[in-house]
Design a protein around this ligand. Structure first.
Ligand code: FES
Length: 204
């Protein structure tokens, strides 16, 4: 037989258990929501005022973005004509909007509208974020004819010509990849000399 006090205690225990379970459930949902937000932040470049916010400053040294050398400074001597690498400014690789494609071509291969004041010794750099829907672009090297190499976004096959200001050669990308200034430094590393000369990220 259960007396009145025991019944009250059992009732209180039930309420406490239910509150505890509810609390755990809310904490789990909040945790999952936090993880989802963190994942979205990694996948999508930071947006600010309708544009993609980069934090590149003139003087920032370019470092490898991927591979075994990720995080190490890129040296001019490590790249041949027709090579391209993905690069970040040193210390700022947590912002995907800072990702660029650094390319080396013959200086004579460049044509307008490439801004030659933003190139140095055949090095040119463009935003690596496709202007269609924001995928990262890839390099299609042509070893026999480096000047015929091009940048492609495999998401929907947009093609950009790096020798001509990254103008769109095909696919749905609405505008070129924005150029950014680079320069070979005395110690052989490369540094940025400007901000992007145009909008970056998806423009649709
Ligand atoms: S996101 Fe690059 S072509 Fe669509």
């Amino acid at each position: 037989m259960v007396d009145g006090n025991s019944a009250k205690e059992t009732g209180r225990e039930g309420i406490t258990r239910r509150r505890f379970t509810l609390g755990m459930l809310i904490a789990s949902i909040a945790g999952a929501f936090g993880s989802l937000l963190a994942l979205l932040k990694v996948l999508a470049p930071e947006k600010k005022g309708g544009g993609y916010a980069t934090t590149i400053q003139p003087g920032d040294v370019l470092i490898y973005a991927k591979g075994g050398s990720a995080g190490s400074p890129i040296t001019a001597s490590s790249m041949n004509v027709g090579d391209a690498v993905l690069a970040y400014p040193t210390g700022k690789s947590s912002n995907p909007a800072n990702l660029v494609q650094l390319i080396k071509l013959e200086e004579a291969a460049f044509k307008p509208p490439t801004d030659m004041s933003l190139t140095d010794k055949g090095f040119v750099a463009y935003s690596a974020i496709c202007t269609h829907l924001g995928c990262t672009v890839s390099w299609m090297a042509n070893r026999e004819s480096p000047a015929a190499s091009f940048t492609e976004c495999f998401c929907h096959n947009s093609i950009f010509n790096p020798a001509e200001g990254a103008k769109v050669m095909g696919g749905p990308a609405p505008i070129p990849l924005a150029q950014i200034g680079v320069k070979v430094m005395q110690d052989g590393t490369l540094a940025f000399t400007s901000d992007f000369k145009g909008p970056i990220g998806p423009q649709v």
